[in-house]
Design a protein around this ligand. Structure first.
Ligand SMILES: C[S@@+](CC[C@H](N)C(=O)[O-])C[C@H]1O[C@@H](n2cnc3c(N)ncnc32)[C@H](O)[C@@H]1O
Length: 225
């Protein structure tokens, strides 16, 4: 665990024994991601599923910044739930719900425990740094599940590095991509065109690609007319 102060919202460093894990990248990028998500989701209410929540720190920050929405963190890796739920308890936020195991490649999605209100119609599906650190089938699974479970006007928001029309947007992204593929040939920085095509297969349209600091983007997918 990084030995620096966490943005816990209470100004206290973490008590390691309570299970909260700290991802250093969270401290670098959460501020700008939260600001962008608040702009994109502001004024909405309803349920949001976060996929691949990892430590759970982003979900906590999003829930605090967007109190009218109910946030449902999740991850395919059951081991992650300890940290996510520890951050949830530590935050004391009523609109941040307990985590579920949810593997987006499952068809249909089957959260465990099954408390996520998938059938009620989600306001948004959010995934931060997921589709490049997972096989392509994870991206397909996000659109398939979102296409099935978004309510009217619902959106999918993906944050991470992306290629545009087959090209990296920065040399550092190309190097990052090479490193990812060396770790696992099934991983890699995804192209917005490929993501848009897969989204279309599930009734979603890529509407916006918003540049974010450090050569990342937030992709906004809406339901196709
Ligand atoms: C790079 S981490 C990002 C964690 C967090 N979103 C963040 O940005 O700090 C990717 C996360 O996606 C999860 N993941 C990978 N494949 C997944 C899948 N098929 N379904 C859901 N989550 C998945 C991993 O377990 C991991 O926690």
């Amino acid at each position: 665990m990084a030995n620096h102060r966490l943005d816990s919202g209470r100004g206290t460093p973490p008590a390691p024994q309570d299970g909260r894990l700290d991802a250093p990248a969270f401290h670098r990028n959460n501020g700008i991601i939260t600001a962008q998500l608040r702009d994109l989701l502001g004024g909405r209410d309803g349920d949001v599923v976060e996929l691949g929540s990892g430590t759970g720190q982003h979900a906590m920050a999003f829930a605090r910044a967007m109190p009218d929405m109910t946030w449902w963190p999740s991850d395919a890796n059951a081991d992650r739930l300890t940290s996510i739920d520890a951050w949830c308890r530590h935050s004391g936020l009523a609109n941040l719900r307990p985590a579920s195991v949810l593997d987006v490649t499952q068809n249909p999605w089957a959260p465990d425990p099954p408390g996520v209100p998938l059938e009620a119609g989600l306001a948004a599906v959010v995934a931060i740094n997921l589709v490049h650190i997972a096989p392509w089938q994870a991206a397909v699974g996000i659109f398939r599940g979102a296409g099935r479970h978004l309510g009217a006007g619902g959106v999918v928001l993906l944050y991470g590095p992306f290629k545009r029309d087959g090209a990296h947007t920065a040399p550092s992204n190309a190097a990052f991509d090479a490193g990812l593929r060396a770790s696992d040939p099934a991983w890699g920085v995804r192209d917005t065109a490929d993501l848009g095509a897969s989204a279309r297969d599930h009734g979603l349209t890529l509407r916006r690609a918003l540049p974010v600091a450090a050569n990342n983007m937030i992709l906004v997918f809406e339901q196709s007319p």
